[in-house]
Design a protein. Structure first.
Length: 256
């Protein structure tokens, strides 16, 4: 799908480091276990119809088929977890989301969102984040400009550079004849993200897709308090879960 053809009013990212995208900050110190300094962002949008989630297969040239099928399952899990957790928390509300059949790459690579008007949450995947100065593992765009087709658009990146120690071998060094400086060639190869990380990203970005912003905390492990913490270590053993703060905010957002 041609992402560049989409008019996005706002972009939210989950990265290696904190990225702040503020529309409205809401204190959550009404929850006793959370400090007064913690804030939860609200994007100012909400779906007025049942979310229709559409998954779009990534370019098979860049993503291994078996890996993609595992990613697809993790994505389904994340979508279902939002439904289950919110239904258990606020059973009087309707938290169901319809998950459509995954659209094959050859059917959507040259299409625009306007050709999938039945979808209001687009879940797409790219092998790499091609922006050299951007370490985002995922992003969410919002287009609510057209009243007949309001949607959010999620991109999940499936590969990243793994942070490892670099050992310089002087035998492999090359000396520049003009400057006299010794140069090393370092290849930072991007590796497939662990499936747990993919689940974490989808869970987080889907929160944005439903209207949640970032959870800002002064504590080091923000994911212990919200799945909407704005930072994630891609090759760690972190496990994101939908927390009470997330349920409270989504219930507040949809008036349940």
């Amino acid at each position: 799908m041609e992402v560049l053809k989409i008019i996005m009013n706002k972009i939210l990212t989950i990265t290696f480091i904190s990225v702040i995208s503020i529309l409205l900050l809401i204190p959550i110190n009404t929850l006793a276990q959370y400090p007064e300094s913690d804030k939860y962002e609200y994007l100012g949008i909400r779906h007025d119809v049942r979310p229709q989630v559409c998954l779009f297969e990534p370019n098979p040239t860049n993503v291994d088929w078996d890996y993609w099928k595992a990613v697809e399952i993790e994505s389904w899990k994340a979508i279902l977890d939002w439904q289950v957790e919110m239904t258990e928390f606020l059973p009087e509300g309707d938290w169901s989301m319809y998950i459509h059949s995954t659209v094959p790459y050859e059917e959507h690579w040259n299409k625009t969102p306007d050709e999938y008007r039945h979808c209001n949450i687009f879940l797409t995947y790219e092998a790499f984040n091609e922006e050299p100065d951007n370490k985002a593992l995922g992003l969410t765009g919002i287009d609510f400009a057209n009243s007949s087709h309001k949607f959010t658009f999620i991109v999940v990146y499936l590969h990243a550079v793994k942070n490892t120690s670099i050992v310089l071998n002087f035998d492999d060094a090359k000396k520049d004849p003009e400057t006299g400086l010794t140069k090393f060639e370092i290849n930072l190869k991007k590796e497939k993200l662990p499936l747990q990380t993919v689940y974490n990203i989808v869970l987080h970005e889907l929160g944005h897709g439903l209207g949640l912003g970032h959870y800002e905390s002064t504590t080091e492990k923000g994911h212990d308090r919200s799945t909407m913490t704005p930072s994630l270590k891609p090759f760690s053993n972190e496990v994101f879960e939908i927390k009470i703060s997330d349920k409270f905010m989504l219930g507040y957002l949809y008036g349940t």
